[in-house]
Write a protein that binds this ligand. Structure first.
Ligand SMILES: *Cc1c(COP(=O)(O)O)cnc(C)c1O
Length: 429
């Protein structure tokens, strides 16, 4: 059993300095009622906490650690650039090279702009969509998270999609009214909202494989409908692949579904663990951005050389090794064994995975939308998660987050995880 005395002290101290003691809310562990673990080191498939406990890590910084923590190639790439300078506020060839690699993997991207986070990418993508179309309304889907952008912090009220209820104080209702949130994977709900707002519809934005309500892939027919309707209406289809880009396959979810969005938002993996985001798409649309066009967007640290060096090295490794089938096999093995153990104990449990991303739910049936995820069992999730953490397995501390596996998770780590789950279940959750 892990003792987390130091982490508890560090959390008390952090609360004196930062709201809730964290710089991003999910880290506070409120969802499972525990104390956040403070880390000091990570290597391969493992993270090490302030009390010197070791954990098998299934978060991987929410995606970027797809080739393992402290990967020697990435350390080398960053170190080399470090010696040459950390930021110039001027162009470098690193940016073009990274852009070229991304475009090669994602042919829907003809031009790309680097930014510093996923939030910045989606925020700029919808500004561009509005600027390009001259329209205002955005359709999004319940349970899809697109960063903390004002216009995107909107979802439906319980059950029925309602118009313009801001999800957060501080978002002006006038702005929230421009965003309509529909049920994910629900064609009728989408069509109904679409008909209402199509004359002023700038963009439809979706996580094609949602990783912010657990792990819920869209139906192919659903994405096809979004593509068809946005196309015939001259609205922009934005795929938010901040999480899935280079995570579920080299070409992201759009490659898996064979559907090309007009604009793609990226982040996480493409920074190799450094702060990066990007958005890209059709040349004609991207050329509306300043300095070519009137839509303003800028960033002092955008295309930062350290981040470009790290991201580029990671993308090169991914192109070379194409690890996605292997990652999926490993995730499948882990999840199928877990499912069997839960079934033996008569605990409802369902699982899903694509490439290096996965999800498990305390429900008999796999959720198809946010409502289904909300309905999964909270008590089972909380006690299972807390037991895992005590036993050195670090899964995401919220049922609304996906899981991630890396190429450094070998049979040894998978088997050890299975053993721990078995022990936890025998002790009773
Ligand atoms: C993480 C994430 C974002 C936000 O990215 P940040 O870098 O945290 O701002 C946006 N969209 C999706 C799908 C994400 O998973």
């Amino acid at each position: 059993m892990n003792k987390i005395k130091k982490s508890m002290q560090l959390f008390e101290e952090a609360k004196l300095h930062m709201p809730g003691g964290v710089n991003s809310p999910v880290r506070a562990f409120k969802n499972i009622g525990g104390n956040p673990i403070f880390f000091k080191k990570a290597k391969g498939a493992y993270v090490f906490d302030a009390d010197n406990n070791q954990y098998i890590d299934y978060i991987g910084s929410w995606g970027p650690m797809i080739m393992g923590h402290s990967n020697p190639n990435i350390i080398k790439a960053i170190s080399k650039q470090l010696e040459l300078g950390t930021s110039y506020g001027a162009p470098t060839s690193l940016e073009s090279k990274t852009a070229e690699l991304i475009k090669k993997c994602m042919p829907s991207i003809e031009r790309i702009r680097m930014v510093n986070s996923g939030t910045e990418a989606t925020m700029s993508a919808i500004r561009l969509a509005r600027g390009y179309t001259g329209k205002n309304k955005i359709i999004k889907f319940d349970g899809c998270y697109h960063g903390h952008v004002d216009s995107l912090l909107v979802k439906a009220g319980s059950g029925v999609s309602t118009f313009g209820l801001p999800d957060s104080p501080g978002v002006p209702s006038q702005l929230a009214k421009q965003t309509i949130s529909c049920e994910f994977n629900n064609e009728d709900a989408f069509l109904k909202s679409y008909e209402k707002v199509k004359n002023d519809l700038a963009a439809v934005i979706i996580e094609p494989i949602a990783g912010n309500m657990g792990f819920v892939p869209a139906k192919k027919s659903f994405l096809k409908l979004l593509k068809k309707k946005t196309k015939e209406n001259n609205s922009i289809l934005i795929f938010d692949e901040v999480m899935t880009g280079f995570r579920v396959s080299l070409g992201g979810a759009q490659e898996i579904y064979g559907i090309k969005p007009d604009i793609t938002a990226l982040g996480k993996v493409i920074g190799g663990g450094l702060p990066v985001g990007a958005f890209g798409g059709k040349k004609e649309i991207m050329d509306c951005l300043a300095p070519n066009g009137p839509v303003y967007q800028a960033g002092t640290l955008s295309g930062n050389p350290l981040a470009m060096a790290a991201g580029q090295e990671l993308i090169k490794m991914l192109i070379k090794s194409n690890p996605y089938n292997l990652l999926e096999d490993k995730a499948k093995k882990l999840l199928s064994e877990m499912k069997e153990m839960f079934n033996r104990k008569n605990i409802p449990f369902s699982t899903n995975q694509i490439g290096g991303m996965f999800g498990f739910f305390f429900s008999n049936k796999l959720p198809k939308n946010f409502k289904d995820v909300v309905a999964t069992n909270d008590e089972h999730f909380k006690s299972f998660l807390n037991a895992c953490i005590k036993n050195g397995i670090y899964f995401a501390p919220s049922k609304f987050e996906a899981g991630f596996i890396s190429s450094k998770h070998t049979n040894k780590e998978i088997n050890n995880t299975i053993k721990v789950v078995n022990k936890i279940l025998n002790e009773g959750i």
